[in-house]
Design a protein around this ligand. Structure first.
Ligand code: HPA
Length: 280
């Protein structure tokens, strides 16, 4: 095991023996999600964990929250660190590696994103079908730890088709419109120019943001079953005439929080059966 994962794990194991099945990364605006959990077993601020990266962005508090959602043991990341904060890709994915080391088999990644497809409006939900990682460094660069996964991991299905279906079925059940799409991570922190968005549109990208892909690659490398869900908080640059602001992104995320949270809760409930089919 990598030294930084081991150090974090040792610290957490002194506090709790909780073993999560599901890991959940809460994106912008979903910060209140953990208050809806039926039982919280423990929460650990990132800044108490030796060597752990700590988020510097407003709207991204930083702690692990462990507890139960629909009877499923879940570890939530309330706040994540981003590449644009200056952390290395390796640091960005450390919290995911630690959740895997604690026992999580399934990873739900959520984010706020700009909508590129014309039919995406603020408030639209997009289940990730695939991603484009071409514009950010790969988090697996550097020494490989064979106990985590192979040197050249396959990425043909980063976002597990069964998990996608679970999310889509739950959205349909509650009458929420949802679509599948391709997410592209850019480094940020500046938003894109209209011409950059035009290029991404031509590449077939549906949603754009500053997170998720590094985490998904690292989780897939470690054999986790991954799914991703974007909340469109704004139309991407140049799609309409509005300027982009972090405040508007946060407000749009807040507006959709209840709906977003309900969908995640219901989907995690359905993961219980799916977990029984996984032999890990
Ligand atoms: N671009 C990049 N990241 C984002 C956006 C966007 O338009 N909206 C929310 N996160």
């Amino acid at each position: 095991m990598r030294a930084n994962v081991k150090n974090s794990l040792n610290y957490i194991r002194k506090i709790t023996d909780f073993v999560p099945d599901v890991a959940l990364i809460l994106g912008s605006g979903l910060g209140g999600f953990t208050k809806t959990m039926e039982e919280v077993v423990c929460s650990i601020p990132y800044n108490r964990i030796p060597g752990f990266p700590v988020s510097t962005v407003s709207g991204h508090a930083g702690k692990y929250v462990m507890g139960y959602i629909k009877g499923v043991p879940v570890i939530c990341m309330e706040g994540r660190v981003h590449y644009y904060e200056g952390y290395t890709p390796e640091e960005v994915v450390l919290p995911v590696r630690v959740m895997r080391a604690l026992g999580a088999k399934v990873l739900f990644i959520t984010n706020a994103a700009g909508g590129i497809s014309e039919d995406l409006q603020p408030g639209s939900l997009v289940v990730l079908r695939d991603h484009v990682s071409l514009f950010v460094p790969n988090p697996l660069r550097g020494a490989n730890d064979p106990s985590e996964g192979e040197r050249f991991p396959d990425m043909t299905e980063v976002y597990d088709r069964f998990l996608r279906k679970i999310i889509e079925q739950n959205a349909a059940r509650s009458g929420m419109p949802i679509s599948e799409g391709v997410y592209c991570q850019l480094s940020g922190p500046s938003y894109e120019t209209p011409y950059e968005i035009k290029i991404l549109a031509q590449m077939g990208v549906d949603v754009v943001g500053m997170s998720t892909v590094m985490e998904a690659i690292a989780a897939n490398h470690m054999g986790m079953n991954v799914c991703g869900l974007s909340l469109v908080t704004n139309m991407a640059a140049g799609i309409n005439t509005e300027r982009l602001s972090h405040n508007d992104v946060k407000m749009a995320a807040k507006d959709a929080e209840k709906r977003f949270a309900a969908l995640i809760t219901a989907s995690i409930g359905d993961v219980k059966q799916y977990l029984e089919t996984l032999d890990k």
